[in-house]
Design a protein around this ligand. Sequence first.
Ligand code: ATP
Ligand code: MG
Ligand code: MG
Ligand code: MG
Length: 491
Amino acid sequence: TVQSANEIRQTFIEYFRDQHGHTVVPSASVIPQQDRTLLFTNAGMNQFKDIFQGTNHPHAEGANHQRVVNSQKCIRAGGKHNDLDDVGRDVHHHTFFEMLGNWSFGDYFKREACCMAWDLLTRVYGIPKDQLYVTYFKGDLLLNLQADTECRDIWIELGVPPERVLPSGMADNFWEMGGIGPCGPCSEIHYDRHGNRDASKLVNDPCSDVLEVWNLVFMEYNRQTDGSLKLLPQQHVDAGMGLERLVAILQGVESNYETDLFLPLLKAIENGSGSRPYSGLTGALDSDYIDTAYRVVADHARMLTVAIADGGQPDYFKRGYVLKRVVRRAVRYATEKLHAPPGLLASLVPVVIDSLGSMYPELRQDPQHIMDIISAEEHQFLKTLKKGQKFLSKSLSKLPAGSKLSGDVAWKMYDGYGFPLDLTTLVAEEHGIQIDMEGYEGARLKAYEVTSQGGMKNLGQLPRIRLDAIDLSILQRKKVKFTNDSPKYDY
Ligand code: ATP
Ligand code: MG
Ligand code: MG
Ligand code: MG
């Protein structure tokens, strides 16, 4: 019998609660409440950062929080962990996903963490052992870190054949929350969809059939502002597994989009757009980008629902600008590729809430508010989308594949038609064309007329100019003061 995503999530939580004495804690908001170094909550450990750093105690507020388990709402769009550009292209990166997490704060360490993970995957969930690979940190010369042979030996003792215990470096096996903060070597568990092959060269190769499922981080260090590593006061475990990937494995499908977390969304998109059904093609096979569009719209509907329920709002500042970009990407795919009428994106909000609302009741609080915000943003963008798309298509059709789109055009798309740069880039890439980034920067600076250091500009007098995170940083770098009465935009 195929288990539902809700059952699979529950099994995880009960395993750590009932068999290993973990306390269940709720997911934190995806909008970080206190942490100014973070755009969105990007991992389960974010809410425990203070405990890792030793500035908060796991026993705070009378609870025994030395062993904790939860399912955390995560967003990886913008910031250090930015997966936005993979979404739609592959079938296992989302902007929003759920991370199943278990933690030890100064309690158990490597051996127990590996044991529990292996036991849960192979015995409880019943994943065949010969389809699993594990990795361990191979050390780093620059940082003077040794290979984690302790971890390697634990896996071999647990019965993983040595040829499936693979060394891996900083990029994949040293986890860091952001530029500074808690970090440490990690050990990952990968799943080989087809099994019984030498996958040693395939682990962490984005086009392979071997998929990363679970990351066990051994938190031992704190990354300082100067880049050096300082030992944390205690050693902790921070283990996170992607629910959508686990569900795909256990439901026997090759794509997260074919699980019960996404299928109702794909159906609703089909019904609401009149497009042909989703067929699951990726890459060059999806030559009309229809399946890509299905994935993007479904993914973005989940992300926006969760982010807005947690208090996010599309605007021109930092995380708000990420939300704006996400709405606009979704609307553009829905309109251009699926020929959907206005309102499709907002109509998906109840479908998302049906699937996630029992786990995250905050989603049920005010669905209408979420739909209103999405509709308003869509409405603004639709005013200029068609004209923008026409202008861009005309500009692109003049260019041979492999050439560059002028920065002036890319800037005009942003400034005149409300296309965030990443969206223009996506459309251009569909034609095999890159953006002249230097030209774009030049056009942008010219528009702001930011010429002299310390100049003063009343942005309120420049109705066509909108602020986003990047623009603000340019102004700050140039020490340009700006007034707070930011202009009202018409889209
Ligand atoms: P990948 O290498 O696939 O990008 P990661 O190494 O960046 O994953 P971690 O930071 O180790 O991911 O996060 C722990 C787990 O969360 C991963 O093993 C994976 O199962 C899941 N995960 C990470 N990013 C995403 C995403 N964008 N969408 C869905 N699941 C994800
Ligand atoms: Mg990643
Ligand atoms: Mg990885
Ligand atoms: Mg990882």
